[in-house]
Design a protein around this ligand. Structure first.
Ligand code: OGA
Ligand code: MN
Length: 200
C-alpha cells in the first residue's frame, strides 16, 4: 500500500526538531475520526487472535504481559498506518541519514493489570530498529488509568507520556522506557522503523 502524503495535521518540522533535541516526539490528533473508528474496529474484531507477547519461540519472559498481533497484509486499515510511517521514514532519512528501509508493526492490547517493564527496543544496537513508534487507538483514556509510557530521553531526563487516543509517540529505539501497569484495556500499534532486512 502506498500513501502519497502525510496527514496535514502533522507538524513535521516540530517532529524533526523534537527528535533531534530530545530523541523523542509526539504527534497528537494523528488521524481523522473516521480512520480511527475503522482502525479500532479492525483491532477489536481481531482481539481473539492476539497472543501473549512474552512467549517467543516457546520461551516465556516476565518482562511483559501484553498481547499482540503482527500486522499482516489483510489488516488493511492498519496497513495504511504502516504506509504512512514509511512515508515519514523518508523524511527522517532525509533529515538524519538514518537509512530506514522498512516498517515492522504489531497491534498490542494491555488488559487491566498488564505492563511492559523497563527495556530498550534495540539494546546495544543488536537489531536494526532505529526509531520506535507507538500509536494509541483506544477510544478514551483517563490520567488515572495507568498505562503511561515512561521514557528516558537522550539527555537522560525522564518523561511520563499519557497514552492519549490518536497520539503517536516516536523515540529512538535505543532509549530506555516502560509501560506502567494499565488499569483499563489499552490498545496500540507499536511499529519500528528499521534500517535493514536482517533477522535477529
Ligand atoms: C513496545 C513499547 C510502549 C507503549 O511495544 O516495545 O515499549 O507505550 N511500547 O506501548
Ligand atoms: Mn519498547
Amino acid at each position: 500500500m502506498l500513501v502519497s502524503k502525510l496527514p496535514a495535521s502533522w507538524n513535521i518540522d516540530q517532529v524533526l526538531d523534537d527528535l533531534d533535541q530530545h530523541g523523542f516526539a509526539l504527534i497528537d490528533h494523528a488521524y481523522p475520526a473516521d480512520y480511527v473508528t475503522n482502525l479500532v474496529n479492525e483491532c477489536t474484531t481481531h482481539l481473539n487472535q492476539f497472543r501473549e507477547a512474552a512467549i517467543q519461540n516457546g520461551v516465556v519472559s516476565k518482562i511483559r504481559s501484553d498481547h499482540i498481533l503482527w500486522i499482516h497484509p489483510e489488516l488493511a486499515v492498519a496497513q495504511h498506518h504502516v504506509a504512512t510511517l514509511s512515508l515519514l521514514s523518508e523524511q527522517l532519512n532525509q533529515a538524519f541519514y538514518l537509512g530506514i528501509r522498512e516498517v515492522e508493526a504489531h497491534f498490542a492490547c494491555y488488559h487491566a493489570g498488564e505492563f511492559y517493564a523497563l527495556h530498550r527496543d534495540n539494546p546495544q544496537q543488536k537489531n536494526d530498529r532505529v526509531v520506535s513508534t507507538v500509536y494509541y487507538l483506544h477510544e478514551q483514556w483517563q490520567d488515572d488509568w495507568g498505562g503511561q509510557l515512561r521514557l528516558q530521553d537522550k539527555n537522560g531526563e525522564w518523561h511520563i507520556i499519557q497514552p492519549q487516543p490518536n497520539r503517536i509517540a516516536l523515540f529512538q529505539s535505543d532509549l530506555l522506557h516502560e509501560v506502567i501497569e494499565a488499569k483499563q484495556q489499552r490498545l496500540s500499534i507499536t511499529a519500528w522503523l528499521r534500517s535493514g532486512n536482517s533477522i535477529w
